[in-house]
Design a protein around this ligand. Structure first.
Ligand SMILES: O=P(O)(O)OC[C@H]1O[C@](O)(COP(=O)(O)O)[C@@H](O)[C@@H]1O
Ligand SMILES: [Mg+2]
Ligand SMILES: [Mg+2]
Length: 281
């Protein structure tokens, strides 16, 4: 697994350079979820694929930016699903973006996730690796230096409510309003990676991206975005649910499936589960 983490570190340095100097324009292509790909999405995807191709321990990879699974080495032990540049449209307004990786054994199901990693490209480049523990590293003089372990408190103070508000179920709106009534502060940039990173580093809170009338299955993709962060939040003493169950217990039917999702510390997630249970689907 160390060679995979080292490969991700190498790709992060290349993507950081690409963000600083690359073309932020649109390409003429769409990805499998129907988003117009930016040239940065495609170039980041190529950087990661080229680096993983060299690793004998990697059996196959699948990217948010590609339709199909790419087989690499038959004898490899690991499967990797990744979002090469999450929130890429934010580069143009100079907000933080990220890369997300889920590392699996046997197949791409939540229960077979064995590690997860993300990189935040902000004023600093930081990388978080979750195995049994969650560890944060920072890029200093072109090397990732260990900074700290990450653990959530039982309850936090931040609320990051995603998606189109006029498409929310009334009970979801009430839940979010009640959380603000209780004194939580709004923190939402529209980049999943920095938004979830902030909650992890500030000790807790809630990030939600619910099912809505315009997108009943939410927007965020299970393999590339939801599962890796679910793994990280659980290992950091928090939880990740779809409103009713752990997201890592969801049966994936297609590699590009999306799911409603809630990430947070225990108190906020228990509150979500209670409200969703009382209000049904
Ligand atoms: O603008 P919305 O609907 O709140 O969506 C924001 C979400 O969409 C994303 O940008 C989706 O990721 P991509 O940029 O990879 O498509 C997340 O980072 C973010 O949490
Ligand atoms: Mg994404
Ligand atoms: Mg993306």
């Amino acid at each position: 697994m160390t060679e995979i983490f080292d490969a991700i570190k190498k790709s992060a340095i290349e993507i950081r350079n690409l963000i600083q100097t690359g073309d932020t324009g649109k390409s003429t292509q769409e990805n499998s979820t129907g988003d117009t790909q930016l040239k940065l999405d495609i170039a980041s995807d190529e950087i990661i694929e080229n680096i993983f191709k060299e690793l004998k321990s990697v059996k196959a990879i699948v990217s948010e930016e590609q339709e199909n699974i790419v087989s690499l080495h038959k004898e490899g032990k690991y499967l990797i699903a990744y979002d090469p540049l999450d929130g890429s449209s934010l580069v143009d307004v100079n907000l933080s973006v990220g890369s997300i990786f889920g590392i699996y054994e046997n197949d791409f199901t939540g229960k077979n996730l064995v590690a997860a990693v993300y990189v935040v490209y902000g004023p600093r480049v930081e990388l978080v690796i979750a195995t049994d523990e969650v560890k944060m590293y920072r890029l200093i003089n072109n090397e990732f230096k260990f900074i700290q372990n990450i653990k959530l408190n039982e309850k936090g103070k931040l609320n990051a409510p995603g998606s189109t508000q006029n498409c929310w179920a009334p009970f979801h709106k009430k839940l979010i309003d009640d959380i603000f009534e209780d004194g939580y502060r709004l923190r939402y940039s529209g980049g999943m990676v920095p938004d979830l990173h902030q909650i992890l580093l500030k000790g807790g809170g809630l990030f939600s991206y619910p099912g809505t009338t315009d997108r009943p299955k939410g927007k965020l993709r299970q393999l590339f975005e939801v599962f890796p962060f679910a793994y990280i939040y659980e290992k950091a003493n928090g939880q990740a649910v779809d409103g009713f169950q752990r997201v890592l217990d969801i049966q994936t039917t297609h590699i590009h499936d999306t799911s409603p999702c809630f990430f947070g510390s225990n108190e906020e997630i228990n509150r979500v589960l209670k409200v969703y249970k009382e209000n049904g689907k």
